[in-house]
Ligand binder design. Structure first.
Ligand code: SAM
Length: 228
């Protein structure tokens, strides 16, 4: 009787799901491992974003002028666009930013005249704007006719308040926000989908076998204001 129970327990252990690894699962794990490493073969993030911005500027024939970076108090990009006179607008001041930051809210900036800028740019800002539809209206008002705007934000990434985390976007969502512009680019960027950022910037959430927090997808939009 005891022997029969022991044999039965051994059989159950042998069949347990934790023990069984099917060929399909092995294949998936191998694929996950390859995906986890794949982002290292891609061009660095800033290079990918700068390429989209520069292509859009070139396509629109914008070679210089006034540039506004929204959310420019952290990592301002003035050096990346040397042909432009750079201005930064942010909710918060940053005396050590290395650029002069005008404190203001892009959803409501009536003090900035219409058609002030040739190029309006933001990186990792739109997910932090409480009312992005108002920001898009203001950006369209602030652009000169023929001017270009580019925004790089997130389709999927973990919650990261700075100062508050409100939204995620699809490429179509960004196009819809900027419906008064001619779209030059609206697409997802999957390059860093499985990037493993454990331990960076105080990220304490454990990765899973696939890397990242399952999904890390960027989305980029560039548009041109029609000429009158
Ligand atoms: C995650 S940080 C990104 C900063 C920088 N572009 C970078 O790549 O590191 C988001 C910035 O957007 C600013 N921000 C959020 N909402 C804003 C708004 N409505 N108007 C202007 N700036 C805003 C925040 O204060 C913050 O500095």
């Amino acid at each position: 009787m005891i022997l029969k129970r022991r044999l039965w327990a051994a059989y159950r252990g042998f069949r347990s799901p934790e023990r069984l690894v099917s060929l399909a699962a092995v294949k998936r794990m191998k694929q996950a491992d390859e995906e986890r490493q794949a982002w290292q073969q891609e061009a660095p993030r800033w290079e990918r974003i700068a390429t989209i911005a520069c292509d859009a500027l070139q396509e629109a024939g914008v070679t210089g002028g006034q540039m506004l970076e929204i959310g420019g108090r952290l990592n301002p990009r003035q050096a990346e666009f040397p042909a432009f006179e750079y201005h930064a607008l942010d909710l918060e001041d940053a005396p050590d930013a290395g650029v002069q930051v005008a404190v203001g809210d892009i959803t409501n900036c009536p003090h900035i005249p219409d058609e002030s800028y040739d190029f309006i740019f933001s990186l990792d800002v739109f997910e932090h704007i409480d009312k992005p539809w108002l920001a898009a209206q203001e950006i369209q008002r602030l652009l000169k006719p023929g001017g270009v705007t580019m925004h790089s934000t997130l389709f999927s990434w973990r919650y990261h308040p700075c100062p508050i985390d409100y939204w995620r976007y699809s490429a179509e969502g960004l196009k819809s926000l900027f419906d008064g512009l001619e779209c030059l680019h609206a697409d997802f960027d999957f390059s860093e989908r499985r990037r493993d950022l454990r331990g960076r910037d105080g990220n304490l959430i454990d990765c899973d076998a696939i890397g990242g927090w399952r999904e890390n997808v960027r989305v980029n939009y560039a548009g041109r204001k029609p000429l009158r």
